[in-house]
Ligand binder design. Structure first.
Ligand SMILES: N[C@@H](CCC(=O)N[C@@H](CS)C(=O)NCC(=O)O)C(=O)O
Length: 265
């Protein structure tokens, strides 16, 4: 029943086959945790291990080799300490970055901010054509995630198909590497946390391989899973499935479709 590509991607996202040494994950802070010494000059990235937006900033930090420069502070999002909202980030969301006495948020802005304001390899290519296409892809990323989330409430395989096809077609634009802009860039960082989650949910819940008929997407997933800066940030697949099941209240009908059942409880 399972073809080779399903076997491959199951290994990519469902196990740590391709990841190397893990940076020890600090335990998530809860409502009873004391704050770190805030605004003492140490840059801090506030995240939650399960949040795809936070994952973007975390991958950026890792890719640029800033593990010793930017301290990671993880939260249990369901049980956040009050001081985070009161003293750090009034929006009370993750990610946020404490740097130079200020706190900045919004994951897409943070990828750029960390890239521009810290040392390490740049995530934005200098080639104007790549830059322009990168901007275009970044403009589309929220639409991409919304389209797939929306599809999960209806006929996921049919409705999400154009969004995944968009990725497949975009991956054909530059041929000097398997990534969106050829080499690994901020575009890959912006998309990968969401593709990770969608691939797991489609496979585990719908038994559908989103890379089927999309060889470039399959190659992209294989290649991002060789990047340690990313593999270190991957979420626990079981936690993702549980979360999505809870969120979308998954009920499979006879046609293997998810039923949106939130109104029934
Ligand atoms: N647009 C924000 C979204 C961040 C976001 O929604 N984070 C979620 C966790 S994945 C959060 O902190 N939610 C807490 C809340 O809304 O109370 C970004 O891109 O950073």
């Amino acid at each position: 029943m399972y073809n080779y590509s399903i076997f491959l991607f199951a290994n990519c996202f469902s196990s740590s086959l391709f990841s190397s040494v893990q940076e020890a994950r600090v335990p998530p802070l809860t409502s009873t945790s004391e704050p770190p010494p805030l605004f003492n000059g140490t840059p801090r990235l506030y995240i939650s291990y399960i949040c795809p937006f936070a994952q973007r900033a975390w991958i950026t930090r890792n890719y640029k080799g800033l593990q010793d420069k930017i301290e990671l502070v993880a939260f249990d999002l369901q049980n956040r300490p009050a001081w985070y909202k009161e003293k750090v980030y009034p929006e009370n969301k993750v990610p946020s970055l404490e740097h130079n006495g200020k706190v900045l948020g919004e994951s897409l802005d943070l990828i750029k901010y960390i890239d521009d304001n810290f040392e390490g390899p740049s995530l934005v290519p200098s080639d104007p054509a790549k830059k322009e296409f990168g901007e275009q892809l970044i403009t589309y990323v929220d639409t991409f995630t919304k389209e797939v989330y929306f599809a999960l409430k209806g006929d996921p395989l049919q409705q999400a198909s154009p969004a995944f096809d968009y990725l497949e077609n975009s991956l054909g634009k530059f041929d000097d590497g398997p990534f969106f802009l050829g080499q690994f860039s901020w575009v890959d960082v912006a998309y990968v946390p969401f593709v990770e989650r969608f691939q797991i949910v489609f496979f585990e819940v719908l038994k559908h391989d989103i890379t089927e008929g999309r060889p470039k997407l399959a190659a992209w997933i294989e290649e991002v899973n060789k990047i340690n800066a990313y593999t270190q940030t991957r979420a626990d697949p079981k936690e993702i499935v549980d979360l999505y099941k809870k969120r979308f209240l998954v009920l499979l009908n006879s046609e293997n479709r998810l039923q949106w059942a939130s109104s029934k409880i």
